[in-house]
Design a binder for this molecule. Structure first.
Ligand SMILES: NC(=O)c1ccc[n+]([C@@H]2O[C@H](COP(=O)([O-])OP(=O)(O)OC[C@H]3O[C@@H](n4cnc5c(N)ncnc54)[C@H](OP(=O)(O)O)[C@@H]3O)[C@@H](O)[C@H]2O)c1
Length: 234
């Protein structure tokens, strides 16, 4: 069976670990990100989801690579973390957050719809901040809440097509995004780890394994999965 995974933002972090996991399971992987992913046997399509009309550049190569695909796993992983305050939002930051986190998955769903045969899946990557808010990142919280809404709508709109969906919501995962968010401070990372009940950050591979499980188990259709090692509530 020809199995293909289309994974966005696979150059680093959770996306990269997800590519490795799908490759291990015999999927041909196509990555979409701004810079190519340097991994053997991984097809990279260069795209910036924050720019208008990006789909024109990827439509044809995607269609060519997806010919004959019998099972497609579409993983909407690319994301940007915008720090801002609810009363001082820069519309450009909010637009970028929505374009990358929400609009890009919507466009890809439409582009790849003809290849989503029974047995295929659409996995969204949300965040702990998909269902709660913390101060100082309104655009990110808003976009990640929207991701859950899109996943639930996907579930309802695909009734009868035997395509399943889920939203995996990572907690504090040791990636470039988290390190940049804390300004590269090892002390802040250490203190963030204490928020997890295991007193450590999550490894990207742990999220990748969860994503793979969701992509290949239709019983979780419509679920929001919190993959955050249990967060300590004060
Ligand atoms: N790390 C965490 O603690 C955490 C927690 C909750 C949720 N998440 C979510 O997990 C997902 C993966 O994040 P990560 O932690 O693995 O971060 P990461 O290492 O920064 O990965 C983000 C990926 O998105 C791609 N990307 C960013 N902007 C893009 C754009 N405009 N167009 C196309 N691709 C773009 C990047 O590739 P290029 O730079 O090559 O474009 C990069 O590979 C994100 O959706 C994030 O919100 C992460």
């Amino acid at each position: 069976m020809k199995k293909i995974a289309v994974i966005t933002g696979g150059r680093t972090g959770i996306g990269r670990a997800t590519i490795e996991r799908f490759q291990k399971e015999g999927f041909q992987v196509i990555n979409l990100s701004r810079k190519p992913v340097a991994m053997e046997d991984c097809i990279s399509l260069i795209v910036d989801f924050s720019q208008p009309d990006w789909e024109l550049a990827v439509k044809q190569p995607l269609e060519e690579h997806l010919q004959g695909c019998e099972q497609l796993a579409l993983v909407h992983n690319a994301g940007v973390h915008v720090n801002d305050h609810a009363l001082e939002i820069d519309p450009q930051g909010l637009r970028r957050s929505l374009e990358v986190n929400v609009v890009a998955p919507a466009i890809l769903n439409r582009l790849l719809s003809p290849y989503l045969l029974p047995g295929s899946s659409i996995i969204y990557i949300g965040s702990t901040l998909s269902e709660k808010a913390v101060p100082g990142c309104t655009s990110y919280v808003t976009a990640k809440h929207a991701v859950v809404g899109m996943m639930r709508s996907t579930c309802q709109d695909l009734v009868g097509r035997e395509i399943h969906t889920a939203c995996v919501c990572p907690g504090f995962t040791d990636t470039d995004m988290l390190r940049e968010h804390v300004g590269g401070s090892a002390d802040v990372l250490k203190s963030i780890a204490t928020v997890c009940t295991y007193n450590r950050l999550i490894e990207p591979k742990e999220i990748a394994d969860t994503i793979y499980f969701c992509a290949t188990n239709p019983v979780i259709n419509g679920a929001v999965l919190h993959a955050n090692l249990g967060q300590v509530e004060n």
